[in-house]
Each structure stands twice: as structure tokens, then as C-alpha cells.
Write a protein that binds this ligand. Structure first.
Ligand code: NAD
Length: 660
């Protein structure tokens, strides 16, 4: 059967052959078996809902075995035989071009070159799911293949509830992931709901079909490193950035360090992770001896080299040996997976990788106490470096939180953390408050020429805007002009022909309008616009995206919810809203969108209306929280657009509150 026919068929009428477990593919970790006997029966009953009664008897033992073996029912038998990758938009069976664009993005998120655990439908982060099982995938693709522009597909945590009549201007798909009643948002609740097949963790761009591979994280990390050097008024040339982790996201650090032109030292205990990044040319050199490392770093400093070095071993050892050898670390951070400290997210100093893994298994209590001691030692040595002038920041990995739980010397007298998070100090005040965030686009033709043309267009637009940009935003534009010029050379495109850059409201709108014009003139095919959820308005996350909100509202989620509602009636092709993402289930509400533009007048209207809201909603909120940059930026936006009227805060004189 050809691809179009197979997609349009949905769940096959006859049972396909069983699929073997493919060891050549990276598989998801086995999930804990959390269900009682009754709940297991409920999970089976839930899974069987997707299939004709006549197959139930055969499927029950198979699904039961998956549940017992993997902790989840993935329905491996139903994984399609065709190759999974983003095809040119016209290759999808469709009655709605917008729906075809969504199919392209779904397949990209499940492409084995892009996805972390493709057979378990996990795109990234270990648990960032597109669907819970293959039946959901098949049914969703069928619905998308038949829907018209007068219908909306409703997605409940991977499950396609169905097509509902709507209108041409409504989103084609509305996605919710992991939404639960707030009192049932503990990690154990998620495990249970997910095992029952009624909820899933969509991470950020995974569950909203907007993941584009490692390019996004390299770009975001580059912006962070560049701005961190700016924060301390140092030219990166010959200066040191010391950090750890060469895993999924952390692995972007050396590549970003090279693009930022500093010397990066990144410690990693797992040799496999080092080999992967080294083979991808994301890190230049590998050293496994601290003496040799010190020597190499001295040479790099002397020659002002642009170089990234992976140290095979524990990060604490590097901090300590650099201190003893008087090596000044200019910027320090950490990207071990401390959001997950007890099962291998953070390896304690004094143990090899293998020894530590054994300890997790054999004596989890001892492992826990070793992690805590290691964190204390880690903080102690970072504190010493900071006294010598290092600028240290938390990289959104819960380093400060876990160190404080381990009773390390990480708190100030008033109980707050000694060090800022990267959003508090860098991304928040320098980017998000001004509306700069991770705008991205995908060329639906899947042609390299289209990507090249869009790179040129985006660069021209930014160069033009930079000429008259206010001083406080010019630098961000210049960084992104430099990025887009080198983007092709950096070879970060994996899967669909996609590009990312940071732009503000005006930048995003002008770039999108220029694309729309190029589509109208036949220079490129339709474009899918989107963004990461790690952005100005889409995400309420008190320890990350909204950690530089200081009016007490960082624990509210009105902004993210308002954002997705607002996007949905201003022209988004699809919208999504998730519980969890990055920092964990129950810790964040985040949303995103996708918008297919086709050169039409309608696309032009949607671009202006939706992108404007999607950025300025967050700036308005950040302004109300009294963030200086956001007050200035929203005031400028109001001057440009008289239809925008935002409530500005009155700032009270601190002296009046001193003796209250
Ligand atoms: N890059 C970003 O922009 C960003 C943003 C927010 C959060 N984060 C956070 O950063 C963390 C890392 O993410 P990831 O996807 O790379 O995780 P990951 O688990 O894939 O990688 C972490 C790596 O750290 C290594 N490691 C652990 N302890 C170590 C130690 N003591 N010394 C040296 N190496 C050690 C592990 O072997 C692992 O390879 C997560 O907590 C994530 O949420 C990253």
C-alpha cells in the first residue's frame, strides 16, 4: 500500500504482524510498574477501546506483556512500516493544507534522526511524548488526512477525541497535554495516569509537534553564553566558561561556547555521551586527566584560542584542580540533570560512572547521601572561585534547589540563593522583557533552497530593523544577524528544513511578512511558523521562564493560559497547552503554536494579529511586574499601535515603605 493510502486508512482493518523489539533504536527507559491489578485491567480496557472487538482476545496478552515489561502500553505492533520523516507537504493525503502541515511536523517529531525514543513516541527529555501509543498516532493522521478547513481536531494528551465542526479561521488542531485538576499534579499521579493511558507528559515542543532537533538548544545556549560575558563586561576571547554535562541539552554548551568564541571546559562522567558529542564535532578535544587539562587550558588562555574541551570525569574535580592551580574561571555553571538527582541525574565525586551506577541499584540510600556530600563539596569550591571573581549562574537544572536541600552553603542570610538563575540574570532582563524569544520556521517544501532563501530574507529584515533599533535592543539583533549568517555553516539542521533565531515582536512579524510575500511571488513554498515554549509569553514557570518576576505572581499561570486562548482566535493553525515541560510535572504551565502561511491575504492578517499578541501578552505581564525593560518596550509598542492599551504600573518610592 502506498504512503497516502496507508495514512488515510488509520487503524488497519486487519491486525498487522507483530513487531520485533529493534535494538538498533534508542528506547525509552522502562517505566515503574505503578498500577494495582484493578488499574492494570482498566489500562487494558482503555487500550482496547481503539480496536475492533474481534481483535481483543489476541491483543490482551500482548498489551498486558507490554504493560508489565515496559510499564506502558505502546502498542508496538501498530507502528507503521513506512519511514518516519518530514515529507514535502504535498506528499500527505489532505483536504486541508494546514492539516498537511501538521502531519509533516508530527512525522518530524517522530523521525528517528530527531526523536530520542522514536518507537515509544518520545521526542526528547526522556518523557516528552507526541502520543501515548501507536493507535493514537494512526487515528490522528487519519483525521488530519480527511479534515477540511471547517473542522477542528481536538487532542487530549495524545488521544484524538475527534473532529468538531468549526470555521476557516479556527485552529485546525487544539492540543492539551497533562492537564489535570491541580491537587492531582504530583509526579506519582502522572505515572499512574500515563500508565492508565489517560494523560501524557508533552514536555514543551514535543507534545506540540514543534521540536526541530538540536538547533534550538544550540542557539539558546549561544545567546546565554554571549550575554553572560556581556553581563560581566568581558570579551569572550581567551576567557573561560566552565560547566558540566554533555547530554541531551547540556551537550550544546561546547558548541555554543565555540560560536561565542571563548574557551569551554565541560566535564562529563559518561564516556558514551562524550563520544557522541565529539563525533558530531560539538566538542573539539577530550582530556581525562586534570593535570593535562590545566596545562591545555593555560595554553588556550595564552593563545586566546577558541576551543572546547570535554573533561572525562567529575565536574567537582575540575573546579578543585582549577582552584589549586590558580586558573580563573570567568563564567561558571552546571548542567548535570539535577532535576532528577537520585537516579543518575547527578554523579557524586569520588566514584567512577560505573561505580556510581552500581550504587544507585545496590544501595540507593548511600547513593543519596553521597550525592548530598558531593553537592556540598561542589558548592564550597564554587563559592571559593566566586570570591576570586567567577560569575556563576544556575542553568535551569535545579542546581541551587538541590544544593540547598543538601544543606550546602548556597543560601544568603535572608534565605534566598547566593546565585541567580540564567533567566533571572540573563534571558529575562536581556531578552524576554523586550520580547526577544525563540522564533522558528519550517520550510514545508523540505527543500534546502527554500531554507537558504528564508535565511537570506530573515537576515535582510533584521539588518534593516537594526538600523533604527533602540539602543537597548540593538545588541540582541546584532547577535541574531551574526547567528543567521553562520547558521548554514554550523550544520545544525536535522530532520525538517528548519531555522531558529531570537527576534522581538516586530522582528518576528516583519520576517514572517517577508516570507509570506516570497511565497506569494512563488520564490518559496508555504512556511510553518512556530516557536519554542521557552519564551516571553507562553510559559509560566517560577524557577525558569518567569523567575525574573518579582511581584509574587511567578506562581500564577494566567499568562500561559491567556496566551494559548489568545493565539487560538488570532489565526494560529494549531495551539497547545501543557502541564510540565523542562522543570517537571506540576511545576510549569507552557504553551505553543504553529501557523502555516501560504502567501495569502489571510496569512498576512494572522501574522500581524497573532504574532503581535503572542509576544506582547508576556511583555505586558512583565511590565506589570515592574520589570524596567518591559515597561519601556510595551510603552514603545503602544506608541506604534494605538489599538494597544496596556495598564502601566505606578512605581512607589522605596523610602515610603521603609518603616512599614
Ligand atoms: N540547556 C538549557 O537551555 C537548559 C535549560 C533549562 C534546563 N536545562 C537543564 O539542564 C539539565 C541537563 O539537561 P540534559 O538534557 O543535558 O540532561 P542529560 O541527563 O542528558 O545530561 C546531563 C549529563 O550530566 C552528566 N553528569 C551528571 N553528573 C555529573 C557530574 N557530577 N560531573 C560530570 N558530569 C555529570 C551525566 O552523565 C549526563 O550526561 C536538565 O536538568 C535540564 O532540565 C537545560
Amino acid at each position: 500500500m502506498n504512503f497516502k493510502k496507508e495514512v488515510a486508512l488509520g487503524i488497519p482493518k486487519e491486525l498487522p504482524n507483530k513487531k520485533n523489539y529493534d535494538p538498533s533504536v534508542n528506547h525509552a527507559p522502562i517505566r515503574e510498574n505503578v498500577l494495582t491489578r484493578e488499574e492494570k485491567i482498566l489500562a487494558l480496557r482503555n487500550a482496547l477501546r481503539y480496536f475492533d472487538k474481534k481483535f481483543h482476545e489476541e491483543l490482551i496478552p500482548e498489551f498486558k506483556s507490554e504493560l508489565e515489561k515496559f510499564g506502558r502500553i505502546y502498542m508496538h505492533r501498530f507502528r507503521p512500516d513506512y519511514k518516519m520523516y518530514a515529507r514535502p507537504i504535498e506528499d500527505y493525503p489532505h483536504n486541508s493544507k494546514e492539516a498537511a502541515g501538521i502531519m509533516l511536523m508530527i512525522q518530524n517529531n517522530l523521525d528517528k534522526k530527531v526523536a530520542q525514543h522514536p518507537h515509544e513516541l518520545i521526542t526528547y527529555g526522556g518523557n516528552g511524548a507526541v502520543f501515548q501509543n501507536w493507535a493514537q498516532y494512526l487515528l490522528t493522521m487519519k483525521y488530519l488526512s480527511e479534515m477540511t478547513d471547517e473542522q477542528t481536531l481536538v487532542m487530549y494528551s495524545g488521544h484524538p477525541m475527534g473532529l468538531f465542526p468549526s470555521s476557516n479561521n479556527a485552529p485546525r488542531v487544539v492540543v492539551t497535554n497533562g492537564m489535570v485538576i491541580p491537587n492531582y499534579s504530583k509526579k506519582s499521579d502522572l505515572e499512574k495516569f500515563n500508565a492508565l493511558g489517560v494523560s501524557q507528559y508533552g514536555q514543551m515542543t514535543a507534545g506540540s509537534y514543534m521540536y526541530i532537533g538540536p538547533q534550538g538548544i544550540v542557539h539558546g545556549t549561544t545567546i546565554t553564553v554571549l550575554n553572560a560575558f556581556r553581563k560581566i563586561n568581558k570579551n569572550p576571547k581567551g576567557k573561560i566558561f566552565l560547566t558540566s554535562g554533555l547530554g541531551g541539552m547540556s551537550g550544546a554548551q561546547p558548541k555554543a561556547g565555540n560560536i561565542s568564541e571563548c574557551i569551554t571546559i565541560c566535564a562529563e562522567v559518561n564516556i558514551k555521551a562524550i563520544k557522541t558529542r565529539h563525533s558530531q564535532n560539538w566538542v573539539d578535544e577530550v582530556i581525562d586527566d586534570t593535570e593535562k587539562l590545566v596545562e591545555r587550558v593555560r595554553t588556550a588562555q595564552k593563545n586566546k584560542e577558541i576551543v572546547s574541551i570535554a573533561y572525562h570525569g567529575n565536574i567537582v574535580d575540575v573546579w578543585e584542580s582549577f582552584y589549586e592551580n590558580n586558573i580563573t574561571v570567568d563564567i561558571g555553571s552546571d548542567q548535570t540533570s539535577l532535576h532528577n538527582p537520585w537516579s543518575g541525574g547527578y554523579y557524586p565525586v569520588g566514584y567512577s560512572f560505573e561505580e556510581a551506577n552500581k550504587l544507585i541499584y545496590e544501595n540507593p540510600k548511600k547513593f543519596k547521601s553521597e550525592v548530598k556530600s558531593s553537592l556540598k563539596r561542589h558548592v564550597e569550591i564554587v563559592n571559593k572561585h566566586v570570591k576570586r571573581g567567577t560569575y556563576f549562574f544556575d542553568y535551569g537544572n535545579a542546581f541551587l534547589l538541590e544544593a540547598s536541600k543538601a544543606e550546602a552553603d548556597i543560601l544568603k542570610k535572608d534565605g534566598s540563593f547566593k546565585y541567580p538563575s540564567y533567566v533571572q540574570d540573563i534571558m529575562g532582563p536581556m531578552c524576554f522583557d523586550y520580547g526577544f524569544g525563540p522564533f522558528r520556521w519550517v520550510c514545508s517544501s523540505c527543500k534546502q533552497e527554500d531554507l537558504d532563501t528564508t535565511d537570506t530574507i530573515a537576515c535582510e529584515v533584521l539588518e534593516k530593523l537594526a538600523l533604527n533599533a533602540p539602543e537597548d535592543t540593538k545588541q540582541q539583533m546584532m547577535d541574531n544577524i551574526q547567528w543567521i549568517k553562520a547558521a548554514k555553516k554550523n550544520e545544525l539542521v536535522v530532520g525538517s528544513k528548519a531555522r531558529i533565531l531570537y527576534a522581538d515582536s516586530n522582528g518576528r512579524i516583519e520576517i514572517a511578512k517577508a516570507f509570506n510575500k516570497a511565497i506569494r511571488e512563488g520564490k518559496i513554498g508555504p512556511i510553518i511558523l512556530g516557536r519554542d515554549h521557552h519564551d516571553v509569553s507562553g510559559t509560566d514557570s517560577p524557577y525558569r521562564e518567569t523567575s525574573n518576576i518579582y511581584d509574587g505572581s511567578q506562581f500564577t499561570a494566567d499568562m500561559a493560559i491567556q496566551n494559548v486562548i489568545g493565539d487560538s482566535f488570532r489565526g494560529a493553525t494549531w495551539v497547545s497547552i501543557h502541564n510540565g515541560g523542562g522543570v517537571g510535572w506540576g511545576e510549569v504551565i507552557n504553551g505553543g503554536f504553529g501557523m502555516l502561511i501560504d502567501g495569502s491575504e489571510r496569512s498576512e492578517i494572522n501574522i500581524e494579529s497573532m504574532l503581535f499578541w503572542d509576544v506582547n501578552n508576556g511583555i505586558a505581564r512583565r511590565n506589570w511586574a515592574r520589570n524596567k525593560g518591559a515597561i519601556d518596550q510595551i510603552s514603545r509598542a503602544m506608541q506604534k499601535n494605538p489599538k494597544l492599551k496596556v495598564t502601566l504600573p505606578n512605581l512607589v518610592d522605596d523610602k515610603l515603605l521603609e518603616n512599614i
